[in-house]
Design a protein around this ligand. Structure first.
Ligand SMILES: Cc1ncc(COP(=O)(O)O)c(C=O)c1O
Length: 410
């Protein structure tokens, strides 16, 4: 223990949080094996199917707005809890995209990305000993910050046997009594599952019965394929009392680095959130919010992403199926989530997804993300780098050839 270690807050326990946690370790290992393989095999290029963000930048029209608005003196101030124009645009977007009626500017508030909204919500709810129910595998931020607040995380595995929905009936009584927050993320990262109206009704009843507040993360909401209509939990009767929902501009509008999202909920909830937020940040740059407002008023900008991902899903799923993976095109999102092969014909066996992923990486220079929370799965992303349809086809054919040459056994 040195000078700084002695001063670090107790919430970080034995300080292992600052070294290689298992989640970070997974990505560290992937990075290391990628670098080693690149040196060993300079003849082949990396096929990166592990990326979790769009391969394209924001539309030119949004960049032009940012350019113009960033020069306007009236935009230079702290934005605090946001600009009205963005909130009004969010209301229109919710009507257009999810058919949500009756939403006013009092029901929405911007955030510097969904990640920072997820980080702030536990501050408003979690006391030491309270429980945050988190679906796993998944995006961990709400749970991480619940722990920072002295709370506990209870994991709800998303297993193929349950169609990648949490089994809320399995939660022990003691946990239910202490649970305050439930995190949901549909369309789901990484499983690709989408929620039905019936599922949302069931969860809202559960939340009311057990006094649990739902945080629904719709980061991938508008990326939909083959006629599937995006669904918001806020469209379900009674949701306003027990839910908030997060909408991100990162994936839908390719604005990941711009850091812009919004939360929708009851007037009371938004006031609560705005108070915590007001003490935490001073709002996103107004010029970014203005570009964001334009984006939300023009959701047709998302269509190009949907077309590109849909086309890539068709190619990727077909290629993976030909190799032997049990791959299905999801209705939404940008991930294909497949069970791992058991090993290589007459060769190695994979004990878990991490082993399978690292084997594929070091022998075929194809990067995937492994998940071992409930069963062993690999996540392939349709956001791989490719400029033209010809490039996409080339990459998918190359992926198929490399995977075929591995002689994987399923
Ligand atoms: C499920 C989920 N929620 C939220 C985020 C972060 O979104 P934002 O860029 O708005 O912070 C991600 C990013 O990968 C995600 O996968």
């Amino acid at each position: 223990m040195d000078f700084i270690d002695n001063l670090v807050a107790k919430r970080f326990g034995d300080l292992s949080f600052f070294s290689t946690s298992s989640r970070l370790y997974k990505f560290e290992k992937i990075k290391k094996v990628t670098n080693e393989t690149r040196i060993r095999r300079p003849d082949i290029t990396l096929i990166d199917m592990g990326v979790g963000e769009p391969d394209k930048g924001a539309d030119k029209v949004l960049c032009d707005i940012l350019n113009i608005e960033s020069r306007r003196p009236e935009n230079r101030f702290y934005a605090d809890n946001g600009i009205l124009e963005f909130q009004e645009a969010a209301c229109k977007y919710l009507k257009k995209m999810y058919n949500l009626t009756g939403i006013t500017v009092d029901n929405v508030m911007h955030g510097i990305g969904s990640k920072s909204i997820l980080a702030m919500l536990p501050l408003a709810f979690i006391n030491p000993g309270d429980v945050c129910l988190m679906t796993v595998p998944g995006y961990p931020i709400l749970g991480t910050y619940s722990k920072f607040c002295g709370g506990e995380v209870y994991n709800l595995p998303l297993c193929p046997e349950n169609d990648f929905f949490p089994n809320l009936d399995s939660i022990p009584e003691d946990i239910l009594k202490r649970a305050k927050l439930l995190y949901l993320n549909y369309p789901n990262n990484p499983t690709g599952q989408v929620a039905s109206k019936a599922f949302y009704e069931y969860v809202i009843n559960f939340a009311k019965k057990n006094n649990i507040f739902i945080v629904s993360d719709l980061a991938y909401g508008p990326l939909v394929y083959d006629g599937y209509k995006p669904l918001s939990i806020m469209s379900i009767d009674g949701s306003m009392d027990v839910c908030v929902e997060l909408h991100s501009l990162s994936k839908a509008f390719n604005m990941t680095g711009w850091r812009l999202a919004f939360i929708v909920g009851s007037k009371k909830m938004i006031k609560l959130f705005s108070t915590v937020k007001g003490h935490t940040d001073s709002g996103q740059f107004r010029a970014i919010q203005k570009a964001g407002a334009y984006a939300l008023e023009n959701p047709q900008l998302i269509n190009e992403n949907c077309e590109r991902y849909s086309r890539r899903f068709n190619m990727l799923v077909e290629a993976l199926r030909e190799v032997g993976f049990n791959a299905k095109k999801p209705k939404s999102g940008f991930y294909v989530y497949v069970p791992i092969p058991i090993g290589v014909k007459n060769g190695v066996r994979f004990n878990d997804a991490e082993e399978a992923s690292l084997y594929i990486l070091s022998n075929a220079l194809i990067s995937t993300v492994p998940w071992d929370d409930c069963g062993s799965f690999l996540r392939f992303s349709t956001t791989f780098e490719a400029n033209t349809i010809e490039d996409e086809l080339y990459i998918i054919n190359e992926l198929k050839d490399r995977l075929t040459s591995l002689n994987l056994e399923f």
